[in-house]
Design a protein around this ligand. Structure first.
Ligand SMILES: *[C@@H]1O[C@H](CO)[C@@H](O)[C@H](O)[C@H]1NC(C)=O
Ligand SMILES: *[C@@H]1O[C@H](CO)[C@@H](O)[C@H](O)[C@H]1NC(C)=O
Ligand SMILES: *[C@@H]1O[C@H](CO)[C@@H](O)[C@H](O)[C@H]1NC(C)=O
Length: 437
């Protein structure tokens, strides 16, 4: 009797311990950190499952990947704000909250007291330790899934890696290669000399029409601006000030600074919680995340045709690679940036909402274009070509999940795939798409 009672207690304790960790299906703040979300929060670490009978007679033949660099440091301008403004805000918080409150626990106050910015402007945008792990582990998982194409022995003919002319993509490429071949081999891996404004990896840098009509056009940010001027945002600003016992000392810029610091520090540290996260409720992070979704939807997503049309550059690259009769290279991996990944996702027709995202859609949060999910650090798109008895088939992976293509298929004949995207192959008239009218 006593024995089973003890067992019951142990069982309850285990259940409690387990459910505490189990965040599946539970909405947590870490899932709303927009483009500064660490990859570990969105990665599929399980097997890749293609639910199609036809897979049985097929073998992976080639793989083509586009990878956003891993978790990095902020820009120099942001580091300056972290170093100048955040200590002022910290002082305000501590002065106005001498005792723990409903919103700030003792441990939060203590964490604020101890908080220091550890970065200098010269550290800007460098790949961080977390970013190194993201690339190592991504490579290891992909290799475990595709052992016949991602062999552990490096060969210059089997692999083609390329990165843009930045520190963070170069470091990402090296750590990815480390994950495949081991860290002692990386020094032997050949990387082509990076080019400024690479026409494939960073095509949009060479697209004057996108630069002038979208990126540098204030209209692009109209919906975001409307949202920032809405009552929702006013409520967010007031509620953050209230929670910190402040009147209106913090404006929207301060709140973005705190939100992004919360995101960066969450990405950098797996184990410790950033005090800057403790000031936000779920409602506030959802609002700030939504503002980011609006920005990226119009700048890098479905907002304007020219934005995603120009990504035909990437699709025609992978199609000619798959069409090439040569078996080599077995794998191509490009290390690049958020702007490339998002435009390619939109070009492929993924995460497409039925109507354009508007500031008035806030609240339902049912939209698909959510940058916390689709544009985390280390985000990646992989196209895998399978060789079957009489034909080739293709699957598209995003964040290591099998994607359903606009034709409804997850595992599609290569010929159907080319038909599906025929405009981008036959009509990839980049200079025409990109010329300023
Ligand atoms: C819960 O999380 C803790 C710390 O992160 C870890 O040590 C423990 O193994 C986890 N428990 C389960 C059941 O996942
Ligand atoms: C690898 O191949 C490229 C051409 O694809 C060549 O330029 C380069 O020198 C080769 N590197 C090594 C180490 O063989
Ligand atoms: C096919 O691939 C090989 C090996 O990378 C390359 O040398 C050749 O130029 C490619 N052919 C075409 C038509 O792109």
């Amino acid at each position: 009797m006593m024995y089973s009672f003890k067992l019951a207690i142990i069982f309850i304790l285990i259940t409690v311990a387990y459910s505490e960790n189990c965040t599946d299906g539970k909405d947590i703040l870490e899932h709303h950190l927009s483009t500064k979300t660490p990859y570990r929060l969105v990665a599929n670490k399980e097997d890749i499952e293609i639910k199609n009978e036809a897979i049985k007679g097929c073998l992976p033949h080639k793989i083509w990947m586009v990878i956003r660099h891993g978790t990095r440091n902020p820009s120099a301008a942001f580091i300056e704000k972290m170093n100048d403004r955040l200590p002022e805000i910290r002082t305000l918080i501590l002065e106005n909250n001498p005792e723990p409150t409903e919103f700030l626990r003792q441990s939060d106050l203590y964490a604020f007291e101890k908080w220091k910015s550890k970065l200098q402007t010269t550290d800007e945008k460098k790949l961080t330790h977390e970013g190194e792990d993201e690339m190592l582990e991504l490579a290891e998982r992909m290799q475990a899934r595709f052992p016949n194409i991602l062999r552990p022995v490096y060969s210059n003919t089997s692999y083609y890696f390329k990165y843009t002319a930045t520190h963070r993509t170069k470091a990402s490429a090296k750590f990815f290669a480390s994950g495949l071949f081991g860290r002692h081999i990386v020094k032997d891996v050949w990387f082509p000399k990076p080019v400024k404004n690479d026409p494939t990896l960073r095509f949009y840098k060479l697209c004057p029409r996108w630069q002038s009509e979208v990126k540098n056009n204030p209209d692009t940010f109209f919906e975001r601006k409307k949202f920032e001027e809405s009552d929702h945002m006013l409520t967010i600003i007031n509620s953050v000030n209230n929670a910190l016992n402040l009147d209106d000392e913090l404006d929207l810029d301060d709140i973005y600074l705190m939100y992004l610091t919360c995101a960066f520090e969450t990405a950098w540290n797996k184990k410790t919680k950033s005090p800057w996260c403790s000031v936000f409720s779920m409602e506030t992070v959802r609002g700030l995340e939504f503002a980011e979704d609006l920005k990226y939807y119009y700048r890098d997503g479905y907002g304007y045709e020219v934005t995603y049309k120009q990504a035909c550059k990437m699709l025609s690259d992978v199609i000619s690679y798959f069409e090439n009769k040569s078996e080599y290279p077995k794998a191509i991996a490009y290390f690049t940036h958020s702007g490339t990944l998002l435009k390619l996702l939109a070009h492929l027709g993924l995460y497409k909402d039925d109507e354009h995202l508007k500031h008035t859609h806030y609240g339902s949060n049912s939209h698909k274009w959510r940058v916390s999910k689709i544009d985390a650090f280390g985000s990646n798109i992989a196209l895998v070509l399978y060789k079957c008895q009489s034909k080739y088939k293709v699957t598209v992976l995003h964040q290591e999940n099998v994607m359903k293509l606009p034709n409804g298929e997850e595992f599609t004949d290569f010929s159907k795939f080319k038909k599906l995207y025929k405009d981008s192959v036959n009509e990839c008239l980049f200079d025409e798409i990109c010329s300023v009218q």
